[in-house]
Ligand binder design. Structure first.
Ligand code: G
Ligand code: G
Ligand code: NA
Ligand code: MN
Length: 251
């Protein structure tokens, strides 16, 4: 069967699994959150990378039911973690533009018993390109529930900065291309990270550096004043059991 046909039955076949990647406090190096990242193991196509099936799921709108499942699973899992640890869940524009997306969030909270303060939704700047008003409305509703919102892959989209004036994101995630550039002594990357950190501070938002792979990169990012670090250096996306075991080693 074609990939799309397989994707259509994948939820029912329980072919998805969530992996979790730690986000750590830049200074203390303690775990502050885990980002949920979906994986698809298809009986017909084998392991399909999210870089391939997420765009297909978005084009076919299958991301709506898949995203609902991701949200529910991530909240159920986070309920088993220490109270101070959040869960970050990626949300596609197609989900956010559904008129009752916030109802999915309310349902996931109710089903899991997770406090809304422990859920951080990740969106990219692309949500403001298609239907900015609806996206804003949807985000304001979930912020009103007590959830926080992070701006993912910051600096790689096509949007303007205008929405930063009126939407209170809690976190700006600096895209890993800047982090990797900075580590390779790109003055332009360093300048951009410095500017984003300064801007976030004055807007009362925190920053997370993505794609930190080495101790040197972690040190550089810390010196630049990023609040949180995520990347292979502190942990690759891992299965839920392994994520839970991390708390025993780093309580
Ligand atoms: O985990 P990996 O780096 O391979 O992810 C590739 C892409 O898929 C990233 O852009 C990531 O944001 C996206 N992605 C992973 N999990 C989810 C998910 O649950 N929902 C959405 N919308 N995107 C996801
Ligand atoms: O778009 P988003 O930021 O959600 O994508 C997350 C993706 O980044 C995941 O697929 C994850 O596997 C990948 N990722 C996480 N940490 C690192 C890292 O240190 N280096 C690289 N190259 N990719 C990473
Ligand atoms: Na993300
Ligand atoms: Mn990102």
């Amino acid at each position: 069967r074609r990939l799309e046909a397989s994707l259509r039955t994948a939820i029912h076949g329980e072919e998805f699994v969530l992996h979790y990647q730690p986000v750590v406090d830049a200074r203390k190096e303690t775990i502050v959150s885990f980002e949920a990242l979906v994986r698809w193991n298809s009986p017909e196509h084998g392991f399909v990378s999210p870089g391939k099936f997420i765009p297909l799921a978005e084009d076919t709108r299958l991301i709506v039911p898949i995203g609902k499942w991701v949200l529910e699973q991530a909240c159920l899992e986070a309920r088993k973690w220490p109270e101070h640890v959040k869960v970050n869940v990626n949300v596609s524009p197609e989900q956010l533009l559904e008129p009752d997306f916030h109802q999915d969030v309310i349902k996931a909270m109710a089903a899991s018993g997770l406090r809304p303060e422990r859920l951080e939704v990740e969106v990219t700047e692309s949500i403001f390109v298609r239907d900015a008003a609806t996206a804003r409305n949807s985000l304001e509703k979930i912020m009103a529930l007590g959830c926080s919102v992070a701006l993912d892959d910051f600096g790689t989209g096509y949007s303007s900065l205008g929405y930063l004036r009126t939407l209170r994101f809690s976190t700006i995630k600096v895209d890993r291309t800047f982090v990797q550039g900075a580590a390779q002594n790109s003055n332009e990357s360093l300048a951009i990270i410095n500017a984003v950190v300064a801007m976030a501070k004055s807007l009362n938002m925190t920053t997370t550096a993505e794609g930190v792979e080495t101790a040197e990169e972690a040190e550089l990012i810390r010196e630049m004043g990023c609040d949180k670090i995520q990347g292979f250096y502190f942990g690759r996306p891992m299965i839920s059991d392994e994520a839970r075991r991390l708390f025993k080693r780093h309580p």
